[in-house]
Design a protein around this ligand. Structure first.
Ligand SMILES: Cc1cc2nc3c(=O)[nH]c(=O)nc-3n(C[C@H](O)[C@H](O)[C@H](O)COP(=O)(O)O)c2cc1C
Ligand code: SF4
Length: 1418
């Protein structure tokens, strides 16, 4: 009678009469073992191996007693699910034979246990199974551990004798000898065979025949662990040249654990056999073994065989993937292998029902498949699922169902609730829904409407190591801090070989997560331990909370060779760079929380463990580890070096990639960083192993380990290193005994030879680059290429020097003849606008992202159009960086306030919002509106809603659109002021963008930060700025921008209105300046100036400030249309390719004023009239009280630099609050009007309230106008600490500087003589410094360019008088000049005019001549 494999195994088990556990799908399921054995059944899904371990532990025996061998019978899938339990001590210390039926034919399960460190037998047939099971019992007893015994019940029955031999004693190899088991068995004979196949799976006579026909030797595996490679290599004849390692499986692609196992040991035995090719392959059940085998061998024999291809298809098509792939490859069409799939396939193997939330099927990881969005969709799903759970539990309690089987329904619903709570899968969804569908009640219908949310699945997010660079603002932080039951797979693909220099270059996600606690963390590497990857996935799935699996998969390109990945993984794991571990925060016992699966550790992880006291525990638990634990990563690296010296191994691995190159950059403004990244892209394209990182992330200590290193540094301050290079430079400078003789280096510097133009400052030019180059040379570094210097002053800026230097680097690295890559075009502001869907971008999503205080770069550009700028507190940037925190991000929120007036209720709301949503201060801007500073992300929506509640908004307060329209404050003329304010409001509304994005993003929906009752307040103006969508064909409502189009304007656009003789708005400084022409106290129209603008760039003579050019007179009723047409010409003719040349002023100069005017008239269809006569006399404010023609009173209060705040001596913010409250309580007409000089007019006060108002002003020191005329005429921009462009202090410094000048002015009798003095932190010119009589424009901390000669009433530009001078120089220049002015001026001659008349400075007649005639000794 023939015996089946099951019978053979059962016979052995029965003879042993030990406790036997058999797993089965359900209690009631019939087991094929029932007739053969007595056993305890265990349920597959109940973690049977954990239960068995529990039984073993409970059945404790004394040390001396002999343990009975426990027997488990299970199937491959269940065993795989239970993989983590094999590390329990029961399986390490007691004999257990685990018999596994692989009837499903997937031998992938066998290799999953490669690293479990227990013996593994694999049987081909009943005879094998009979012998192997006996051997397994013997081995379990001798090893005192678990043994895995794989067989397949699908194999045919055969005639065997089932006499049990007596159990032999001895070591594992003794047992094999006694049972006559060969680890590998030759299945055929072929003389002079050139190819050998090792087959892990179920062989068949057809397969043997096919191999023989192909003249290939076929070997089967009897003992998979320990893998006796020596035995295999010694039986393969010397004629064999190629080896194909085949695994029978259908599941995993692009990764072969068998091949991995082979390579782990091969270098040790390579002297026995040197194959020309070693190929891993997969084999499915093939109906046509002959064709599958021939394809398999054809692949191995081809010039460049593909690894891990699946041969033979179960459906019998027997088409070979390899054949197809090979031909595609030959046709140059082979799609690059997606290596990361290795992990995803394993994940799928562990749990075929797991869901990857971010769809990565199309793109490679780290591309546009955004994990943050995946997380968002999870949260959405979860919220709906929670709603469903709440409904279900409420209806269960109410007992409202009327289905066919209510009892069953309630039971299933309750089970579902329990499973949901535990995060476990629920198998009976279909049954539940069937019963529910029979219920016609409303509750049942309601539940059914949410039926999609009954599925309980494990959810995975897949991301790349890009997340490690800014953890605080990444999805990683998002997921961990959420506490949600979400799993993350983070694949790090950067090869270790290209990152030896920097231990600190990336932040360690694992450490970050472990420090956070409350999660599961595993660090795995599939090419180091496949078993550990499986364990990690299974544990992560089980963990009820966030899990992070960090997976290492180093490769240079996507079609990287398996060997290169293997080599790199090995080096990284061996050196401790990529330790393998698992951390389970849910484990109560400390020693179980952290499991180290590799031996060496990086310093950082060691420190973490030290801190957590886990290192000692680990060392105690595992004594042989302690030596490794204390060995430093450096010595491990050296060991690795020695290992690589192994010549033959090297030979095998050679030719996999080009030489390494590290690129370090230091950059403040981004130029040097961009250059470094560009070099890196080019290097990678040329086949170099290149990496780019900031200089502060390079460890000086590890510098000698580099091979080739290139530094790119710009120059900051006065010849200083930029911030992210300072640390490195300080360490390098102070290093002693640094030997760099083994590295090749070069340096490229970015600087500006005119930044410090004085002769004595010449050495500041590119100083960091020069110093660094000399230092590296001093330490013995070998030049890769000479020092390269880029100069902003060269025709192409720094590119001139760069283009000369870079080719030398490629030549030195031997890759000069390789084609580089086409650089992708950087995303321009124009791209951002057009892709933004009418200014939406991902602002709404960014606001919801609580893991960072920032929003993404593109949204930072887009929020400007909504009146919002992201900033960070630069005062504490370094400190926060040192603490590993992201910068202190907050936002500036600017109001659109056409006409510059706020009623007391509006003012009061702003005052309140500044306190509760901002930094407690309000800023009056140089364009007569309010700004809130320090508004953190989660406060932005409530802040904007708060404004909306009092009919204020921020739309178009910044951005490439028409911004706030500013009008002259004009306190003494009520009628004219009303007329210009109305014109201002009309223009502002007329040119307002039409997008509904503002309303959608800021005003719709509930927000966590809204206070109770807030909603009613802000909904008082539900539309926000009154914009609506447009109906297009097909009845779709879409956004439409009739004036702007989807790309809006090339740059910002500003309109102001003034009334001569006043010019408090600086009418010449804006894109459009309107000069009101008043006849009989009535505005009849405006003279229109176009093309004024302030922004420029230091030392870039192509940029300059400009005063507006007169186009002519426009009647009042047409002025908004004239403005629109000026704007439209700029929209169409403005330079959209260069933002530094995009303002209207350049368009006017490029076209010429006449042509420009002509174009506007063409667009408009009307002509400008001749300009009317007017006379402007000043651009300052007049402080104190005035009465207008209607009898209302107005007080211009001095608010220094527009900052409304309470200081000990000046409680101005409290005062204005009191005043607003008073004006509201008395129901007065009073309001708050802002001036372009950043002051405030308390306006429209009737005589009966005058005394009370005066009293409040006096009480809060708001009535003090007794300042020097210089102070009263001064203004500054915000600059540090919030403005990202600031190069020097401004608002915080100008008052101090003025104090230092005041004493002298007093002395010269100039206290009451107005001099317009302005300061800005950079040449962007927000406080319009270029029109001031004295201007200071920041260049570097403490250093300013001094400009003189501006027109007293803002009609003439000034000119640079001295470059980059410090305070003592400023004082020593200005004081004597003021003195001369006091003595030598003509009657009424302003200081600016005086400076020109006496020849101190040349007059600037037009913007384009701004850079001409600068003093030679400037
Ligand atoms: C505040 C500041 C100070 C500078 N100081 C110098 C200097 O001392 N020497 C020099 O050669 N270039 C100097 N520059 C010019 C820059 O190094 C040059 O513009 C470079 O391209 C900026 O690169 P980055 O964007 O990477 O910071 C300075 C630039 C700025 C903004
Ligand atoms: S002038 Fe420059 S430093 Fe000052 S606020 Fe404007 S951009 Fe910032």
């Amino acid at each position: 009678m023939s015996t089946s494999p099951i019978e053979a195994v059962a016979a052995v088990i029965k003879a042993a009469s030990n406790p036997v556990y058999v797993t089965q799908p359900a209690k009631s399921a019939a087991s094929k073992w029932a007739e053969l054995l007595e056993f305890t059944p265990l349920i597959d899904s109940n973690e049977p191996l954990a239960l068995v371990a529990g039984y073993i532990d409970a059945n404790d025996v004394s040390e001396d007693d002999v343990r009975p061998t426990t027997v488990v019978v299970t199937d491959g899938t269940t065993l795989l699910q239970n993989l983590p339990f094999l590390s329990l001590s029961a399986y390490k210390k007691t004999p257990v034979v685990i018999n596994v039926d692989l009837s499903a034919g997937d031998y992938g399960v066998v290799t999953a246990f490669s690293d479990a460190q227990i013996p593994i037998f694999v049987s081909q047939n009943a005879a094998d199974a009979f012998v192997h099971t006996q051997a397994a019992f013997a081995a379990a007893a001798s090893e005192k551990s678990a043994v895995l015994n794989f067989f397949s019940s699908a194999s045919a029955s055969e005639k065997i004798t089932t006499d049990i031999s007596s159990q032999p004693q001895g070591t594992f190899s003794d047992i094999l000898v006694q049972y006559n088991i060969n680890a590998f068995l030759a299945l055929n004979k072929v003389s002079n065979a050139k190819d050998a196949i090792v087959f892990l799976g179920q062989t068949s006579p057809e397969l043997v025949k096919a191999a023989t026909a192909q003249k290939a030797l076929l070997y089967t595996v009897n003992v998979f662990q320990p893998l006796d490679l020596e035995a295999l290599l010694s039986i393969i004849p010397s004629s064999v040249e190629t080896l194909t390692l085949v695994e029978q499986t259908t599941k995993i692609a692009s990764f072969s654990p068998l091949l991995l196992e082979f390579f782990k040991k091969y270098p040790q035995f390579q002297h026995l056999k040197n194959f020309t090719k070693i190929v891993g392959a997969k084999y499915a059940h093939a109906s046509d073994a002959s064709s599958a085998t021939s394809n398999l061998l054809a692949n191995t024999r081809s010039a460049s065989p593909l690894q891990n291809v699946l041969f033979g298809k179960a459906d019998g098509t027997a088409s070979s993937e390899a054949q197809t792939a090979q031909s595609e490859k030959q046709a140059g069409q082979l799609k690059v292998y997606e290596l990361e799939q290795a992990y995803l396939k394993v994940l799928n193997q562990v749990n075929p029902n797991s869901t990857v939330l971010n769809d990565i099927s199309e793109k490679t990881l780290g591309g546009s498949s955004n994990p943050e969005f995946g997380f968002g969709s999870y949260l959405y799903f979860k919220e709906r699922q929670n709603n469903l759970a709440a409904l279900v539990s409420a209806y269960i309690q109410k007992g409202v169902f009327s289905s066919l089987d209510n009892e069953k329904l309630v039971e299933l619903l309750s089970q579902w609730l329990v499973q949901l709570k535990q995060g476990k899968a629920f198998a009976s969804v279909e049954e539940l829904l069937n019963i529910l569908s029979s219920d016609q009640s409303e509750p049942a219908k309601e539940i059914l409407s949410l039926k999609d949310y009954f599925t309980i699945q494990s959810k995975w997010l897949v991301g790349s190591d890009a997340w490690s660079y800014d953890l605080g603002s990444s999805g990683v932080h998002n997921v961990i801090s959420s506490g949600e039951n979400v799993n993350m797979l983070v694949i790090d693909s950067e090869p270790y070989s290209s990152k030896k220099a920097g231990a600190l270059r990336k932040k360690d996600i694992g450490l970050y997560a472990m420090n956070y606690g409350n999660c599961y963390v595993a660090s795995v590497a599939i090419y180091s331990s496949y078993t550990q990857v499986l364990q990690a996935f299974i544990e992560a799935e089980k963990f009820n909370g966030p899990s992070i699996v960090l997976a290492y998969l180093p490769y240079e390109t996507e079609d990287a060779q398996v060997l290169s990945i293997l080599k790199d993984t090995k080096a990284a794991v061996d050196s401790g760079y990529w330790p393998l571990y698992r951390f389970d925060s849910a484990q109560e016992e400390d020693s179980l929380r952290f499991k180290l699966d590799s031996s060496a550790l990086r310093t950082q992880l060691r420190d973490f463990l030290d801190r957590e006291n886990k290192l000692t525990l680990l060392a105690k638990k595992n004594p042989q580890l302690s030596r490794n634990l204390t060995a430093s990563a450096n010595s491990e690296a050296k060991k690795r070096q020695a290992q690589l010296e192994d010549e033959s191994y090297k030979q095998l691995l050679q030719g996999l990639s080009g030489p390494p190159l590290t690129i370090g950059f230091a950059s403040d403004g981004g130029n040097a960083e961009a250059v470094a990244k560009k070099i890196n892209r080019q290097a990678l394209a040329r086949g170099l192993k290149s990496i780019v990182l900031s200089m502060d992330d390079i460890s000086v200590e590890d510098l000698p380990l580099e091979t080739n290193i290139v530094f790119v540094t710009s120059t900051a301050g006065q010849g200083e290193f930029p911030n992210n290079g300072k640390g490195f430079w300080d360490e390098l400078k102070l290093s002693q005994d640094l030997d760099l003789s083994s590295i090749r280096f070069s340096v490229f510097g970015l600087g500006d030879s005119k930044y410090w133009p004085r002769k004595e400052d010449k050495h500041y030019y590119n100083k960091p680059a020069v110093d660094l180059f000399n230092k590296l040379e001093f330490y013995g570094g070998v030049e890769l290429a000479g020092l390269g210097l880029g100069d902003d002053q060269d025709p192409d800026g720094f590119s001139t020097g760069y283009d000369d230097w870079l080719p030398k680097i490629w030549t030195a690295l031997g890759v000069d003849n390789v084609e580089g890559i086409e650089e992708p075009k950087p995303l321009t502001n124009e791209d951002m606008k057009i892709q933004s869907d009418y200014l939406r971008g991902t602002i709404a999503e960014g606001l919801r992202d609580e893991s960072t205080g920032a929003i993404c770069a593109v949204d930072q550009q887009l929020t400007k159009f909504h009146g919002i700028y992201m900033q960070d507190d630069r005062d504490i940037r370094d400190e926060r960086k040192a603490q590993g925190l992201e910068p202190a991000y907050s936002f500036m929120v600017r109001l659109r306030l056409p006409g510059g007036a706020a009623n007391p209720s509006q003012y009061l709301r702003l005052d309140e919002l500044a306190d509760v949503r901002g930094n407690g201060t309000l800023k009056i801007t140089t364009r007569a509106t309010f700004q809130l500073h320090g508004v953190v992300k989660h406060n932005m929506k409530p802040a904007i809603r708060g404004m909306n509640g009092v009919l204020l908004d921020t739309l178009a307060a910044c951005g490439d659109v028409n911004r706030n329209v500013m009008v002259s404050a004009l306190p003494e003329n009520a009628k004219v002021h009303k007329q210009i304010a109305d014109t201002g409001a009309l223009i502002s509304e007329h040119l307002l963008p039409e997008t509904t994005a503002y309303h959608e993003i800021w005003l719709e929906g509930a927000d966590d930060q809204d206070y109770a009752g807030d909603r009613e307040k802000w909904e008082a103006r539900p539309d926000g700025p009154k914009k609506k969508k447009t109906m297009v064909a097909g009845n779709a409502l879409v956004d439409y921008e009739p004036q702007y189009g989807p790309t809006y304007l090339p740059r910002k656009f500003k309109v102001v209105i003034t009334v001569p003789p006043y010019n408090d708005v600086d009418v010449y400084a804006h894109d459009i300046g309107l000069i009101a022409i008043v006849e009989n106290n009535n505005v009849i129209g405006y003279n229109l100036l176009a093309g004024g603008g302030m922004g420029s760039t230091h030392n870039n003579v192509k940029t300059y400030p400009r005063t507006g050019s007169m186009l002519g007179f426009v009647p009042i009723e047409k002025v908004h249309i004239a403005c629109e047409n000026v704007m439209l010409v700029q929209r169409d003719f403005g330079d959209r390719t260069n933002r530094k040349h995009a303002r209207l002023k350049y368009t006017v100069d490029d076209l010429g004023v006449d042509v420009f005017k002509q174009k506007v008239e063409e667009y408009w269809g009307e002509s400008f009239e001749e300009p009317r006569a007017f006379e402007i006399k000043s651009n300052v404010d007049y402080f104190g009280w005035v009465k207008d023609e209607t009898g209302l009173n107005h007080f211009t209060a001095f608010i220094e630099n527009g900052r409304i705040e309470d200081t000990a001596s000046l409680p101005q913010k409290s005062g204005l609050r009191e005043l607003a409250k008073y004006l509201i309580s008395q129901n007065t007409s009073g309001e708050f009007r802002l001036t372009g000089n950043q002051h405030m007019v308390i306006s429209n006060i009737s005589d009966d309230h005058l005394a009370a108002v005066k009293e409040i002003l006096a009480k809060y020191k708001l009535d003090n106008t007794e300042f020097s005329a210089l102070r009263l005429s001064s203004s500054s921009c915000v600059a540090l600490p919030t403005c990202g462009l600031a190069m020097a202090e401004s608002e915080r410094y100008l008052p101090e500087l003025i104090t230092k000048l005041e004493q002298s002015l007093e002395e010269y009798g100039l206290r009451h003589d107005s001099v317009v003095m302005r300061m800005t932190g950079c040449p962007n010119g927000c406080a319009r410094p270029w029109l001031a009589e004295v201007a200071l424009v920041g260049k570097a901390p403490g250093a300013y360019n001094l400009l003189l000669g501006g027109g007293h009433h803002g009609h003439r530009l000034n000119k640079i008088y001295r470059y980059s001078i410090k305070e003592h120089e400023i004082l020593s220049i200005l004081k004597p000049l003021f003195k001369r002015w006091s003595l030598e001026r003509n009657e009424g001659e302003p200081f600016g005019d005086f400076c020109i008349r006496i020849g101190e400075i040349k007059e600037t007649t037009e913007g384009k001549y701004f850079h001409e005639g600068i003093p030679e000794d400037a």
